[in-house]
Design a protein around this ligand. Sequence first.
Ligand code: IMP
Length: 428
Amino acid sequence: MPAIVLIGAQWGDEGKGKATDLLGSRVDYVVKFNGGNNAGHTVVIGSEKYALHLLPSGILTDGVVPVIANGVVVDIEVLFDELEALTARGVDVSNLLVSANAHIITQYHRTVDRVTERFLGKRQIGTTGRGIGPAYADKINRVGIRIQDIFDENILRQKVEGALEQKNHLLVKVYNRRAIGVEEIVSDLLSYAERLRPMVADTGLVLNKALEAGKTVLFEGGQATMLDVDHGTYPFVTSSNATSGGAATGSGVAPNRIERVIAVVKAYTTRVGAGPFPTELFDDSGEYLRSKGFEFGTTTGRPRRTGWYDAPVARYSARVNGVTDFVLTKLDVLTGLTTIPVCVAYEVDGVRVEEVPVSQSDFHHAVPVYEEFPGWSEDITGARTFEDLPKNARDYVLALEALSGSRISAIGVGPGREAIVVRHDLLG
Ligand code: IMP
């Protein structure tokens, strides 16, 4: 099998782990191609729950090579914290590869992220405060520090000086903060060099060779389509390309290698942080979805905003990503509802529109047009085939499939790894 991309179709936290588990041991490489430690997936090791933010989930599967590719921004302190915590729990982390071209998140990026948000006041993005945006901004401004730079002290010092020159003016004169010292940053980064060296590789070359050799490579997108810096609800987005195209630029593997694009979509919608969300609920139904679906952020613990399924968003995702298969998650959260509204279109200024509006202000005041579907009360967590689901649950899934622009190949019916209904093989 060739390259497969796995991404989120909505605003994140769709439960990508379900799909990763399903692909499991049939994958040889798991590649993180965008974002940084703003992501979060909860993993269970033995009886312990553990939240990973930076490392690709493949780190937990024996025999899989986990890769942090060039499109990622790496907070090295977090990287080693996560590696140490996993080692302490008996996980072998020695396979990990980190791209020499990945950019580094430093202390000044974290500082700038937090002060900028504070100064934005009401216009806050609600970032995770991990320095993601400022690190990507430096990359695009060509003043970023890359992993390879920490192996050459002179180059590193010059680059840190260059990066801090403007930032210190900003921190001191605009934000009334203390200046950050060049040596402080340089010595911190150098302290990781020898531990990092064995992991650093030309990961683009490694992945292309693996594909030539017939290996299966899974590209795991961080965040999700509607948080993509180009295709999401800008400016309420993250600073990287979380859509399938990001897998190519973020890894050095060409787009024509990618044969499968799997998008994970929740049976309802959630979002953290600010920004438009047409189907958001402010009533008891919203609270019901939040508490029944445990909708609280893995990275920040923030309660997630909740709402009904938005089919135009799913259709948009299918188009932007070239989705071949959807994995629908958390269907069981809807069990017990009498009727389930699904947004099938919007009304903008009294006019019905079928697609996500390109204009930011139109999307901000788009009013959902709902169709109601009958609910079910039977416990579905034990369902393992489509026929095991009650008729109303099957009809709900078939309606979403018809509205969302691609087939629904698997359905999550409960929190456990095994709680999944497979309709089409994701690798077949
Ligand atoms: P940043 O990625 O920290 O810059 O945050 C930008 C926006 O993306 C904020 O609304 C965050 O809440 C959101 N965000 C970032 N990472 C995730 C994620 O993994 N899941 C859901 N939302 C996220």
